[in-house]
Design a protein around this ligand. Structure first.
Ligand code: GLN
Length: 612
């Protein structure tokens, strides 16, 4: 998909216009067919790691991939044979010489690196298949995965190169001589020339580059083509050797892994962000596209893409910190419970983590976690906004949890479920610290805070919870006379529910309200039409469904018993009918309700303030 209006498209269009008039350089002619290219043809394309493509100019113009095929076939070799085997055939050392130099490493006999012709030919000899046709199919299949479509070769460029590529022949025979090729050189050369003749456009190349930027997963098709470790190896040799003997200056000016080809294409990869492809046939003295180099320099500078621009951020890893005194759980609690928790809430700290977790950011937040935990507090580490954790971060988190759990603090990790990027962290924690009684994994932070509060309350006087709370001790009936309480109990119905029973359903008419006499219930709503999200809970002595007293509308949430529950149920109509004989009942209840609701509003405001 291409965005019609976007600052990035506009930027690319003006960059394109500003470079179009630069007609320096010469179209390559050593492969005669390449000399036919239109020197004015010029396209720029950017593909992001989530598959967005921005274009300017001739992005659909076909050209041959040439040396831009080299990183991908190197990726293929690493993927199919592993690093050790590949390293026996080709090194990783820049040559500082031109792409077609006829030199091999004196000691190892290997070509210096896979980005020059010698190295690339050695790598192409590793394509698997019984026959030449099979090897060709295998190679085309692999390039197709990177581009996200089936690719063809440009037959006339292939024939032209086949007929004139004697220097490459010399290189291949020299490698046969030193034992670096173990197949018929003519066979390998044919496949190599075909590889260089694969016909692509700017968009294909940008998607291929973006696949490397996205750690080997094609952002358009979603297919994984190369494993991240091998992507790293490919990008490394692109950085040091991708621009021939211009590699040093390129690293200085542009500072991203790149590869050019004699047809006039250049690709650049900005890991984790995007792939860039430029096509413009006129080449400079070292064989790089003049406009291609200029466009990449500008884009890198204007978008701050140089790898050493120091963008990696470790400072914002802790989004915020608060205690359970600032932000209690969503559970509706009676007054005395709230008083109790206000004193003890400071013993629980919540740390919200955000962004990518790697060595630097993990080190920073774990240092703070250790500091709080050492004060003997319970710490909830909330990963709701964490993006991913690499293996170093996972290791550091597990080790810290192990060390801390041998002290006297409790660490609770939350919001790790259902997130693919954090699956590795979740399983590692479950496996390595899951059995420790002082480390817990809880699905959501609110629930974890509630569990902590329950423990605090349980420490105080558990027997209070075990009985059925009489009407006289319920906040919403505060101030009623003995007689009125007597009358009220006459109209109360007592209900028992088993754990998991649904007491109220979203959308039902609201004609009655409830008070929890024993146990607790959860309130949950449906989001996105199907998922349910628990938004709070109601404990002993607190009302639910109480909006029936105010508006008599529809129920706005489901209420489900957490444990075996006993509730008092009151019909609103019945209470109204009692107004003649006991005029104080309804106004007193409504007065208490207003107080309870305004209290909740105040708490919500405090919470909003604490979370800002
Ligand atoms: N096919 C070309 C060759 O081997 C590739 C060279 C290049 O793009 N630099 O000569």
């Amino acid at each position: 998909m291409t965005l019609a209006v976007s600052p990035i498209s506009d930027y690319l269009k003006s960059l394109h216009a500003s470079l179009q008039s630069n007609d320096d350089g010469e179209v390559a002619t050593y492969i005669p067919e390449l000399g036919l290219a239109d020197p004015g043809s010029f396209g720029i394309c950017i593909a992001t790691v989530d598959g967005q493509v921005y274009t300017a100019g001739d992005v659909d113009r076909r050209f041959t991939i040439q040396s831009m095929s080299k990183p991908f076939i190197y990726g293929y070799a690493l993927h199919t044979h592993g690093m050790e085997t590949v390293l026996k055939r080709v090194g990783v050392e820049p040559t500082g010489e031109s792409f077609n130099s006829i030199v091999l490493d004196q000691v190892s006999n290997r070509p210096y690196n896979p980005m020059v012709n010698a190295g690339a030919i050695a790598v192409t000899s590793l394509v698997e298949g019984e026959t030449a046709d099979r090897r060709y199919d295998e190679m085309m299949r692999y390039f197709g995965l990177f581009a996200g479509r089936d690719l063809d070769i440009d037959e006339s460029v292939f024939r032209s190169e086949h007929a004139t590529g004697h220097r490459n022949r010399a290189i291949a025979y020299m490698m046969l001589n030193t034992g670096m090729l173990d197949r018929d050189p003519e066979d390998v050369l044919e496949l190599y020339f075909k590889q260089c003749s694969i016909s692509v456009d700017c968009r294909d190349m940008a998607v291929m580059a973006a696949t490397l930027a996205a750690q080997g997963t094609n952002p358009v098709t979603g297919e994984t083509v190369l494993e991240p470790d091998h992507v790293r190896d490919v990008l490394t040799v692109m950085s040091t050797c991708g621009m021939y003997d211009y590699a040093g200056q390129w690293a200085f000016d542009v500072g991203v892994p790149a590869k050019s080809g004699v047809s006039g294409g250049v690709i650049a990869v900005i890991p984790g962000q995007l792939g860039i492809a430029v096509y413009s046939p006129p080449l400079d003295r070292v064989g790089n596209s003049v406009r291609g180099v200029e466009a990449c320099k500008k884009i890198s500078h204007d978008f701050s893409l140089h790898v050493f621009d120091g963008r990696t951020d470790v400072h914002s890893v802790i989004r915020r910190e608060y205690t359970a005194a600032d932000v209690p759980s969503k559970r509706v609690r009676s007054m005395w419970e709230r008083d109790m928790l206000a004193d003890h809430g400071k013993r629980l700290s919540v740390m919200e983590i955000q962004g990518a977790l790697f060595f630097g950011s993990a080190e920073k937040f774990l240092r703070r976690l250790t500091e709080i935990a050492r004060e003997g507090r319970t710490v909830i580490v909330d990963f709701k906004r964490a993006a991913y954790a690499d293996r170093t971060a996972i290791e550091l988190i597990c080790q810290t949890a192990l060390v801390l759990s041998s002290g006297d603090c409790t660490i609770v990790f939350t919001e790790l479920s259902g997130k693919e990027e954090l699956q590795g962290l979740k399983s590692a924690l479950e496996e390595r610290v899951g059995s420790s009684p002082r480390v817990r994994l809880v699905s959501d932070t609110d629930l974890a805070i509630e569990l902590f509060e329950d423990e605090i309350l349980a420490e105080t006087d558990f027997s209070l919870y075990d009985r059925i709370l009489p009407l006289a001790e319920i906040d919403i009936f505060d101030g009623l006379s003995k007689d009125d309480l007597q009358r009220l109990s006459g109209v109360a119905t007592t209900f028992q529910y088993a754990a998991g029973d649904k007491i109220i359903s979203e959308g039902d008419d609201a004609r009655v309200f409830f008070v929890v006499a024993r146990g607790s219930v959860s309130v949950s709503v449906t989001v996105d039409g199907s998922r349910t999200r628990r938004i709070g809970s109601v404990g002993q002595g607190a009302p639910f469904g109480e909006m029936a007293l105010l508006d008599g509308g529809k129920r706005s949430a489901d209420v489900i018993a957490d444990v075996p529950v006993i509730c008092y149920l009151f019909s609103v109509e019945r209470l109204r009918e009692m107004s003649d004989e006991a005029p104080a009942i309804l106004p007193t209840i409504l007065g208490n309700l207003v107080r309870i609701l305004s209290d909740r509003l105040r708490l919500a405001n405090d919470e909003i303030r604490a979370l800002q």
